[in-house]
Design a protein around this ligand. Structure first.
Ligand SMILES: *Cc1c(COP(=O)(O)O)cnc(C)c1O
Length: 452
């Protein structure tokens, strides 16, 4: 076909060949962010009236853009929460782009949405939700958490209205200080306050602390509780079952933020830590973190999706044609147009099977335990808190914050290990987060020994 924007089959082949190499061979682990001034020089002017042409534009991508990005899915990247997407999921993501599916509504994306829903159903079953639970995939945990809390507030407003009661001057939800930063961001976006629940010595919310906070403040303006299933900083799981009891007593929506940690529900050794989550109203988990899918992908699931649709459905004359009896993902989050971002996760699950997934998560937990044992046995290193999942926080006795930073930077430059400091109880400490089944404990411990 003679298209206005000329097709260049050679360019497409080159891009697919580059993608194939990147997927199979990975990326140099020593690549990292460059200052914008370097990039300005290296890139030159790329947006021009006549265009550079595909070959020149691609050369900027391979030679300038990619070398200034982090190899986020490298098995020795143990900073923040890294990514460990399967090659099947990543290659499939390219196919999803090629298919150009509008997955906001059943009307445009039925097949894709059906497949996504099968993946969501596996997650719902994993936590023990009823069969009619459901939701959608959003960009990340940040939007997933916001969407769940908007649905929660909507339900509280409706219940108030049904009882003939006015809304409080300002709504609140309960959360600990160790809840993810996106939780406070959601509060700001929504114009609500956070009722602070003090965490225990490991930063976890307990049922007793939640009850005490509600007793002290009252529950009149509180619409939800946010529990964390795997804190980002330390991998700690709140007391979900006890929290669910308190939430039920006060008629509060319980949202579980499992963006990082909830994947460990699929691993036999950690499964029980999440007991009680089946009593929650909604949860999120990011397949782009510990469920081996590429960016960006958050699964958001509601126990009763009708409550979410009541809050999120968009209506307009140009949307009147949508079949409202069908499953429209736009009804379940702050989103309308969307790519089928859950499809690579579905494809990976369908390809490898849930047993392989469970085994992979168990493997990374085991790697974390081996490294934790090494730290316990080491004379110069010390765990600062007993881990629950696959995050380790540890100190190097006698080293200042600068010395830790220096060691971390030197490893990053050499491309050996990405291990970035954080703080625990105000103290600068080192942190490792394991999600890849391909990370080797002996390689990690050998590098930790260089701090000796
Ligand atoms: C990563 C994370 C988030 C935010 O998710 P994004 O996908 O980065 O938006 C929220 N909560 C927890 C517990 C997280 O670890």
């Amino acid at each position: 076909m003679d298209r206005f924007f000329a097709d260049d089959p050679q360019l497409i082949d080159a891009l697919l060949a580059w993608s194939r190499r990147r997927i199979l061979d990975g990326q140099d682990p020593s690549t990292r962010a460059e200052p914008a001034s370097h990039l300005t020089e290296a890139m030159g002017v790329t947006i021009t009236p006549a265009g550079l042409g595909g070959a020149a534009a691609m050369a900027r991508f391979t030679d300038v853009v990619i070398p200034a990005t982090r190899a986020i899915n490298h098995p020795m990247n143990l900073a923040y929460v890294p990514n460990a997407a399967t090659s099947a999921a990543t290659a499939f993501d390219a196919a999803v782009s090629a298919a150009c599916v509008f997955a906001g509504a059943w009307d445009g994306g039925a097949g894709a949405i059906h497949a996504e829903n099968q993946a969501l159903a596996w997650l719902a079953e994993l936590v023990g939700y009823p069969a009619d639970a459901g939701g959608t995939f959003t960009q990340g945990g940040t939007i997933g958490n916001l969407s769940a809390l908007v649905a929660a507030r909507h339900r509280a407003i409706e219940r108030r209205r049904d009882q003939g009661l006015a809304e409080p001057w300002r709504w609140r939800f309960a959360a600990t200080g160790d809840a993810h930063s996106s939780i406070r961001s959601a509060a700001r976006v929504m114009g609500v306050e956070v009722l602070d629940v003090p965490g225990d010595e490991r930063g976890r919310m307990t049922g007793v602390a939640l009850q005490a906070a509600l007793d002290a403040h009252g529950d009149d303006d509180v619409f939800a509780v946010v529990a964390t299933a795997g804190t980002t900083n330390a991998g700690m799981v709140d007391e979900l079952d006890a929290i669910a009891t308190v939430a039920g007593r006060h008629d509060l929506w319980l949202h579980v933020d499992g963006a990082f940690g909830l994947a460990a529900r699929a691993a036999p050794s950690t499964r029980r830590l999440f007991d009680g989550i089946e009593r929650s109203d909604s949860f999120v988990v990011d397949p782009h973190k510990w469920l081996y899918a590429p960016y960006d992908c958050c699964a958001l699931v509601y126990r009763d999706p009708r409550e979410a649709a009541a809050a999120h459905s968009q209506h307009a004359s140009y949307l009147d044609q949508l079949d409202r009896s069908a499953w429209n993902p736009t009804d379940y989050a702050v989103q309308l147009s969307r790519r089928a971002r859950g499809l690579p996760f579905w494809f990976s699950l369908a390809t490898y099977g849930t047993e392989r997934y469970s085994a992979a998560i168990e493997r990374s937990l085991d790697t974390a335990r081996q490294v934790a044992d090494h730290i316990r046995a080491s004379r110069h290193l010390e765990l600062v808190v007993e881990p629950q999942l696959s995050v380790l926080l540890f100190r190097r006795a006698g080293w200042s914050a600068e010395r830790l930073q220096h060691w971390s930077d030197a490893q990053a430059v050499a491309g050996t290990i990405l291990c970035i400091p954080t703080k625990w109880a105000g103290e600068p400490v080192l942190r490792l987060c394991f999600v890849s089944p391909d990370t080797r404990a002996d390689e990690v411990t050998a590098l930790l020994d260089t701090m000796g």
